[in-house]
Design a protein around this ligand. Structure first.
Ligand code: NCD
Ligand code: ZN
Length: 371
């Protein structure tokens, strides 16, 4: 048995309020525990989006009754909530600020850079700003970090140009950190696995690349060259995050498929498989799923918390075994090595051999209850 610290996922979509048929605080945090994750930071692109005291309360009330692992909830940057000085104390109750600067799912999107400015000016510097940005909008977000002299965390990088630019920015002292998702490390647009191909209504038409609703994700799957570059520059990548973005299998296979992959239950087995293949060290895994997210997002210790993994167990990933409500996984049928056996969270066995053992409401809001 391998013992890991409680793992942290700084990027999950739990769909509550507004789309609980896809996921809610209960099913999403159960999926987290089953995946060896003891703390999640929830994204604000819900319905309604989370962007002020009233909507934050809505999400936190749901979370308080339902969450099984620990959590914090992000606020979203909108066109009209940029003056955080007017909302003293509100940022401190949130995981941080999420800014949607590029193509995404939901209503929170800031195209005009004049809308970015007040957020960068007034959001407290000790709390993270996370930017959903790609390629040139990522370069803009890094420039904002330099101009306003504050840290920015770039969500889900996927391209060679992104990892290289972050490396260069950091060498010049700009406070930029980043995360990468397993699907951008293990999948390419050129050869999507059968799960993403077989169901694609227009796969042939598109020419075998990004066909079909199941393959839709933002940022899009990239080329083999991009994927190779992420692996080659793992030392530049601060965190592994899932961007767990569950949409039901019916929605994914419909004519208007929303982008997003579930990921909470597959991140650790995929990365442990990479460890067993010596593509990643165990130390780097722990650093990117525990130590670094804790530092970057200013997260507290979870006392008496650990994950027990059978690192020799080989098994097949199956959507049918998962706790997420979405009913599918892009990694269906993949053989992985490394299985979560047991999760202990704040002294209680929260998950053991496929079963969740803590009640809904056991999880705590780490911005309120631990400091
Ligand atoms: C996310 C979702 O579904 O909420 N989808 C995705 O493809 N990553 C939205 C987002 O993070 O852009
Ligand atoms: Zn996301």
């Amino acid at each position: 048995m391998l013992k890991l610290p409680g793992l942290i996922d700084p990027h999950v979509h739990l769909r509550e309020p507004g789309a609980t048929h896809k996921e809610d605080y209960d099913s999403g945090t159960s999926a987290a525990l089953a995946g060896g994750i003891t703390m999640v930071l929830a994204m604000p692109n819900t319905r309604p989006p989370i962007f002020d005291a009233e909507t934050l309360d809505l999400a936190l009330t749901a979370a308080k009754g339902k969450a099984r692992c620990d959590y914090a909830q992000f606020l979203g940057a909108g066109p009209n909530n940029g003056d955080w000085d007017k909302n003293k104390g509100l940022p401190q109750r949130a995981a941080g600020l999420k800014m949607y600067l590029d193509s995404t799912f939901g209503e929170l999107r800031l195209d005009d850079m004049t809308l970015w400015m007040p957020h960068f000016e007034t959001f407290p510097k000790e709390l993270p700003i996370v930017a959903h940005s790609e390629s040139r909008s990522m370069a803009s977000a890094i420039l904002f970090a330099a101009i306003y002299d504050r840290p920015v965390h770039i969500a889900h990088i996927s391209l060679k140009e992104e990892v290289l630019l972050i490396k260069a920015a950091r060498e010049r002292g700009i406070q930029v950190t980043c995360e990468v998702c397993p699907h951008h490390l293990f999948l390419t647009k050129e050869v999507p696995p059968p799960t993403l191909r077989a169901t694609s209504p227009n796969f042939a038409e598109i020419g075998g690349g990004l066909g079909g609703g199941r393959a839709e994700v933002r940022p899009r799957l990239a080329t083999q060259e991009d994927v190779d570059s992420l692996w080659a520059n793992l030392d530049v990548i601060d965190c592994f995050a899932t961007d767990h973005a569950p949409h039901t299998v019916e929605e994914k296979d419909s004519d208007n498929p929303p982008p997003g992959f579930p990921g909470l239950e597959t991140i650790l087995p995929l990365l442990l498989t990479a460890v067993s293949e010596k593509r990643l060290s165990l130390d780097a895994l722990i650093e990117k799923m525990h130590t670094n997210p804790k530092r970057i997002f200013n997260l507290p210790d979870q006392p008496e918390t650990w994950v027990e993994v059978d690192e020799k167990a080989i098994y097949e990933i199956k959507a049918a075994d998962q706790f997420t409500r979405c009913g599918w996984t892009p990694f269906e049928g993949w053989k992985v090595k490394g299985k979560v056996r047991k999760v202990v969270l704040r002294g209680q066995t929260a998950f053991e051999d496929g079963r969740i053992l803590v009640p809904a409401g056991y999880g705590i809001d780490i911005r309120q209850e631990i400091s």
